[in-house]
Design a protein around this ligand. Structure first.
Ligand SMILES: Cc1cc2nc3c(=O)[nH]c(=O)nc-3n(C[C@H](O)[C@H](O)[C@H](O)COP(=O)(O)OP(=O)(O)OC[C@H]3O[C@@H](n4cnc5c(N)ncnc54)[C@H](O)[C@@H]3O)c2cc1C
Length: 506
């Protein structure tokens, strides 16, 4: 096989051919399916393993801002996403007497960064992406238990005792990642795992989330407003905050966040998992029924208008892991950085990871371990500082919705924050707008230019006449992703090894 030139450090502007590595992706959440779609477009061979029989994207709305919309424009999905979205122009914050205590504006986004903030139900967004990943490449109902890897390849073992082999393993399996647990066990045995990575995921909030049915009737006429109705209510004397978003199809996505004391964190600890069963959701739903809302509504009313199967209770863990890769295995999304959802940056960060990882793997010169390590290190090198920033922004935004005395001060400060300072905060969150290197670059329309970022620089370098770049990708996709790679890249010593690492639960 001829080896394509490495992009990093090269002065060549010829787009390289995609890697012939075969990638196993664990987890078909938002991070996993976006990565799969990028591989699809790049002509990289992959398979996804997902423990759920069907991914039900539970929860609320997702905000897709200018920091990901250029990618979706590159993929040709921006219009479809916008057609199902409402723009956020502003948000209002109330106390539980429904007195206005704060407001934020988002109406500068279009001009400053080239896109508004699009609010879209998670289920619709997920479906837009997942529908484009060929069905036969996603193995649903396939829980991955453990991994083994060596110089030649990587192997995963699934719940039904099957093994699957590849050159690269991506753990996109969420906050309680089995891939991470299995990888960390190996690294710990070698004595190279930092102590902080051994600590459990801390959490101080739990959250009840749901999306109502389509809401008919005069009472809900406020949902016809062109822009998104986005409000939060911070209770004065009880440890809860509740948030609503309206969607284009006249539904309300809602979430009720419970701020836990040290004692209640301990009580909740025994239920650790990223998602709880319906009983826990039922109990919390009863607790929050009387919570008041503007427009003459209560939380109970919204809960009654929400299909039961679309209500879930989740923990809001927060942790940034230090170790993102080891050997042939690399982590992505919540598996390596779990953020509070207050800033709406969790899924966005998983998507950013996918952009940078796909771009780095596309240009991989070989499947040698040394080349993988270089690519993974470049991936972490670009993404880690941004993940730190997003993690910190999420913590700050979480303070805006919580109710300790320090958070009251933070809210008071931000309430009187001059516009230029608020815009500065937004500029820092929205100026990272990566695009993939292997598709034609989309011109950025923001008056605030994107910050210098390696992937974007590489994308610009390869931004020949659009048709050249895309036709090179298309022809590679259809012809030269060797089927032999898909079926053969099995590391014999891995495949035949009897001693799989201990099973981890996810
Ligand atoms: C209430 C709430 C609101 C949010 N709002 C926003 C928002 O507005 N904007 C935003 O950007 N982010 C938001 N987030 C965060 C966002 O949802 C997550 O950061 C994002 O979903 C992470 O994607 P992921 O693919 O890394 O992980 P996940 O979405 O957790 O996907 C992991 C997948 O892996 C599968 N899996 C797990 N273990 C295994 C295994 N052993 N074998 C096989 N498969 C496995 C799981 O079933 C799952 O499908 C919100 C989160 C919450 C809780």
């Amino acid at each position: 096989m001829s080896t394509p030139p490495s992009v990093a450090g090269s002065t060549s502007t010829t787009p390289p051919r995609p890697t012939k590595a075969k990638v196993l992706i664990v987890g078909a959440g938002i991070g996993g399916v976006v990565l799969a779609l990028l591989f699809e477009r790049a002509g990289i061979s992959y398979e996804i393993f997902e423990r759920a029989k069907k991914v039900v994207p539970l929860g609320s709305a997702i905000s897709l801002g200018p920091n990901v919309m250029y990618l979706f424009e590159q993929l040709g999905l921006a219009e479809e996403i916008q057609a199902h979205s409402k723009d956020i122009k502003d948000s209002a914050q109330y106390n539980d007497n429904l007195e206005l205590i704060g407001a934020h504006i988002y109406s500068h986004h279009n001009e400053r960064y080239g896109y508004a903030v699009n609010i879209i139900p998670r289920s619709i967004f997920y479906e837009i992406v997942e529908r484009r990943v060929p069905r036969e490449k996603i193995h649903y109902g396939t829980k991955v238990l453990s991994l083994m890897q060596n110089r030649e390849g990587v192997m995963i073992r699934t719940w039904d005792n099957q093994t699957h082999h590849g050159d690269i393993l991506v753990g996109a399996d969420g906050a309680y990642s089995a891939v991470r647990q299995s990888l960390y066990m190996q690294l710990d045995k070698k004595g190279v795992l930092p102590p902080t990575d051994k600590e459990r995921l801390p959490f101080t909030n739990t959250c009840l989330v749901g999306t109502t049915n389509v809401l008919e009737g005069e009472k809900f006429n406020f949902l016809d407003r062109e822009e998104c109705y986005f409000i939060s209510v911070v209770a004065k004397n009880k440890p809860y905050t509740w948030v609503l978003f309206s969607t284009r199809d006249r539904r309300i996505c809602w979430m009720v966040v419970q701020h836990l004391s040290k004692k209640s964190v301990k009580d909740n600890d025994s239920f650790r998992n990223s998602e709880w069963g319906p009983e826990a959701a039922d109990v919390m739903a009863k607790e929050v029924r009387d919570f008041p809302l503007p427009e003459n509504m209560t939380m109970g009313e919204l809960i009654d208008l929400t299909p039961k199967e679309l209500i879930s209770k989740v923990m809001l863990e927060e942790k940034l892991f230090e170790t993102w890769y080891g050997g042939r295995t690399v982590l992505l999304g919540d598996a390596c950085h779990k953020m509070h959802p207050a800033a709406g940056l969790g899924a966005v960060s998983a998507i950013h990871d996918a952009v940078v990882l796909a771009s780095r793997l596309f240009e991989l010169p070989s499947t040698e371990l040394g080349d993988l390590e270089k690519a993974f290190s470049a991936y972490k090198g670009e993404r880690y500082p941004m993940a730190v920033k997003s993690y910190e922004s999420s913590k700050t935004m979480a303070k805006l919705i919580a109710q300790s005395w320090i958070n009251v001060i933070v809210r008071a400060v931000t309430k009187h924050m001059p516009l230029f300072l608020w815009l500065k905060v937004m500029d820092s969150m929205m100026s990272y707008r990566p695009q993939v290197t292997f598709l034609p670059l989309v011109p950025d329309r923001g008056t605030i230019k994107p910050t210098k970022q390696i992937s974007l620089e590489l994308a610009k370098k390869f931004n020949h006449a659009g048709s050249d770049a895309s036709s090179s990708v298309t022809s590679v996709t259809s012809s030269s992703v060797a089927p032999s790679v898909a079926s053969s890249a099995v590391a014999p010593s891995v495949a035949s090894s009897a001693a799989a690492p201990p099973a981890t639960s996810a």
